[in-house]
Design a protein around this ligand. Structure first.
Ligand code: GLP
Length: 243
């Protein structure tokens, strides 16, 4: 595991964008696994800058997002489809039909999830998977559990995640979806390379636990210790427990 320490969020975003850009330059038809949340916003802005200065093109890129809230329409301003359009897709030359996100409106969870998993396999798998880290150690929406769930599946969000994400829903848990579709731990681990970005002291303890503690489904990100190609780009505050 390669850990890159940056001074702050801005530098983390730049370094992580360099890694994604390098992937795109090396393989112009890469399959990117993407994430939402506050962590990747800066990275996406940096990628847009690189696109605008002709360093990279998304013309032949395909993307698969980690997760989506169940029950939110793509045009709901808190859906992850909306987030991706706003923060990246609308600003670069990616073909909309090459961007995949689970469909939150499909009520048949099993069929939507297995369709998504098969689609990822059918394009040859993900070249680089971007991940943020939840306060409880979740990746995507893989919440702490008694076992690792392998494939794309429907998950009930935990109280910790509902509370953390309620800031986007007028701080009202009642206004939020309580279920989501997410790539599974196996889906994530199948990616050829993983890029984990973490910022801020609030994440320091869970980051330390994830990377140095026991590998357990109670800390979903701890499974990353077993992946052969993980790059962590994190700022000083998030890495404060590392020497
Ligand atoms: C959300 C998402 C995750 C994200 C995480 C951290 O619930 N499902 O994919 O990585 O929480 O979010 P943030 O980057 O805003 O701290």
């Amino acid at each position: 595991m390669n850990i890159i320490k940056t001074q702050n969020y801005e530098e983390m975003s730049k370094r992580a964008a360099d890694i994604i850009a390098a992937q795109i330059i090396l393989k112009s038809n890469s399959v990117l696994g993407l994430a939402t949340g506050s962590s990747p916003e800066g990275l996406y802005s940096e990628l847009i800058k690189k696109f605008n200065s002709n360093e990279i093109s998304f013309k032949n890129i395909q993307t698969f997002n980690l997760d989506e809230y169940k029950g939110l329409a793509p045009d709901h301003d808190q859906s992850y489809r909306f987030f991706m359009n706003e923060h990246l897709f609308n600003h670069v030359d990616i073909l909309p039909e090459n961007t995949y996100i689970p469909d939150g409106l499909k009520s048949d969870a099993d069929s939507e999830c297995s369709k998504y998993e098969n689609l990822i396999d059918s394009v040859g798998g993900i070249d680089i998977q971007l991940l943020g880290l939840g306060l409880n150690g979740h990746v995507g929406f893989n919440e702490p559990d008694t076992s690792f769930v392998l494939n794309t599946h429907c998950v009930e969000l935990t109280a910790s995640t509902l509370e953390a994400n309620s800031r986007f829903f007028d701080n009202d848990i009642k206004k939020m979806p309580h279920y989501a579709y997410t790539m599974g731990i196996g889906t994530i681990m199948k990616a050829k390379k993983i890029l984990l970005i973490v910022s801020g002291s609030k994440k320091a303890e869970i980051l330390y636990k994830s990377l140095t503690g026991p590998i357990t489904p109670q800390v979903p990100a701890s499974i990353l210790q077993l992946h052969k190609d993980v790059v962590v780009v994190a700022d000083e505050a998030a890495l404060k427990y590392f020497n």
